[in-house]
Design a protein around this ligand. Structure first.
Ligand code: HEC
Ligand code: HEC
Ligand code: HEC
Length: 122
């Protein structure tokens, strides 16, 4: 069982190092998030995708998990939310996730962007 001890020592040495590299996220403005922080970390992608389906297929607008609301609270003044070091980007760089959402959706509050399909996306 020597290997087990060696493995434990390895874990003890590497875990704090990993934790120290976690991205630092810009603080949100406004009130509380749309769900609690823990479940947002885990589930925001599902919430957003569900919300998109609801809007595009069923015409639901101004709903609880709207992408423009994420931007309103989580974008830093004067910076695009998907820019280097900003809210969505710093975490996704860390997690090696790439999203195309901001090809169409606005990256700063109150702006609109042209969709491929034509028409403005907020
Ligand atoms: C090709 C352009 C395009 C891309 C890429 C795109 N969307 Fe959209 N999205 C739209 C359009 C058009 C609408 C409907 C217009 C509106 O409701 O303002 C929409 C609506 C939405 C909505 C509902 C409206 C709102 O503001 O909440 C959500 C949520 C959403 N998209 C999320 C996403 C997410 C998440 C991604 C990336 C995984 C994404 N979209 C990628 C074009 C796009
Ligand atoms: C009314 C403002 C508000 C809205 C709208 C909002 N958030 Fe939040 N969000 C917060 C606050 C406050 C926190 C707690 C962390 C902080 O203070 O920055 C948070 C936390 C989070 C976290 C966890 C961050 C961490 O520290 O691990 C994620 C992920 C997140 N939000 C994503 C989203 C997404 C995606 C949307 C849109 C569907 C959204 N938020 C909408 C205010 C908001
Ligand atoms: C606390 C870290 C964190 C923050 C902050 C964060 N994300 Fe994510 N996001 C992740 C992780 C991790 C995944 C990959 C989850 C998986 O693959 O199961 C992900 C995945 C996604 C996906 C699905 C991508 C795919 O290809 O399936 C979307 C869409 C998304 N995030 C949107 C956003 C948006 C928009 C914001 C900013 C408002 C944001 N995220 C902020 C950690 C974060």
């Amino acid at each position: 069982m020597k290997w087990l001890g060696a493995l434990l020592v390895c874990l003890m040495l590497t875990l704090p190092a990993l934790a120290a590299d976690l991205p630092v996220l810009p603080k949100a403005k406004g009130g509380a998030c749309v769900e609690d922080t823990q479940s947002m970390r885990r589930n925001h992608m599902d919430l957003l995708k569900h919300q998109r389906d609801a809007t595009l297929r069923e015409g639901v607008r101004g709903a609880r998990h709207s992408l423009k609301d994420c931007v309103a609270c989580h974008a830093t003044e004067g910076k695009a939310i998907n820019a280097e070091g900003q809210f969505c980007q710093s975490c996704h760089t860390y997690a090696a996730v790439a999203i195309d959402c901001f090809d169409c959706h606005a990256t700063t509050p109150g702006k609109t962007k042209q969709a491929h399909a034509g028409g403005d996306v907020r």
